[in-house]
Design a protein around this ligand. Structure first.
Ligand SMILES: O=C(CO)[C@H](O)[C@H](O)COP(=O)(O)O
Length: 226
């Protein structure tokens, strides 16, 4: 039984597949909204016999792609993606994003950067005036994470090491995630630049100026463009 929010994610995810054309190389994001996109893409591949190859941003996404019959490739064979489709945890009025709620932010940023277009798919709860209510995920090296966390606290964040049940959460890259609560992120560009220069920070969940189009699921689907 789908929740109301799941239904809105499904609408956005399925609509996104209309942006995919025969022959395209597609970056496949992560998360529950992307799940619906991959499922629908699998249906189109079977029904219309289009040829599409994807690069997944997480092991879970790779599993879904296999389950729904979406062929996968990698960056040893493909140097540019036609489009990347991904979810987000927060989207502000300038289409700056917080991502990484699912822990896949590093690979998500790689496939976003490799693509001619990043299409974001969300339900309306992800739209915010100012980023920061959602704790900002920051991927860090396991060695010395305690020191990195202390440094980030000095920038005003309340950071906690992500756990999965009782264990430390390990990303697909073998690293840790610090979930950093800033009261409000008034200047995402400045914050990203400060964080990324700290030794041991591999990537932040701030996706700055990476997307120009956001699809928002709803009774009437909304397309926000920059
Ligand atoms: O950044 C992500 C994973 O790292 C997801 O895109 C984000 O968490 C949104 O997920 P969902 O579609 O399940 O709401």
């Amino acid at each position: 039984m789908l929740t109301e929010q799941d239904k809105l994610k499904k609408i956005a995810g399925e609509k996104a597949v209309e942006y995919i054309k025969d022959g395209m190389k597609v970056g496949l994001g992560s998360g529950s909204t992307v799940y619906w996109m991959i499922k629908r893409l699998g249906e189109r591949i079977k029904q219309e016999r289009i040829v599409v190859e994807g690069i997944p941003s997480s092991n879970k996404t790779a599993e879904w792609a296999k389950e729904f019959g979406v062929s996968l490739t990698d960056f040893s064979r493909v140097t540019e993606l036609d489009i990347t489709i991904d979810g987000a945890d927060e989207v502000d009025g300038n289409l700056q994003l917080i991502k990484g709620g699912g822990g896949a932010l590093f690979r998500e940023k790689v496939i976003a950067q490799a693509a001619k277009q990043l299409l974001i798919i969300v339900d309306p709860s992800k739209l915010v005036k100012t980023l920061g209510a959602f704790p900002l995920p920051v991927e860090v090296l396991p060695f010395g994470w305690e020191i990195i966390s202390k440094e980030l606290k000095e920038l005003g964040a309340d950071c906690s090491l992500r756990k999965q049940n009782e264990d430390i959460y390990i990303t697909d890259n073998g690293n840790y995630i610090l979930d950093c609560q800033f009261s409000e992120i008034k200047d995402p560009v400045k914050l990203h630049n400060e964080l990324i220069h700290k030794v041991g920070v591999l990537e932040t969940g701030l996706f700055i100026d990476m997307t120009k189009t956001v699809l928002v699921g709803g009774e009437e689907l909304r397309v926000i463009e920059k």
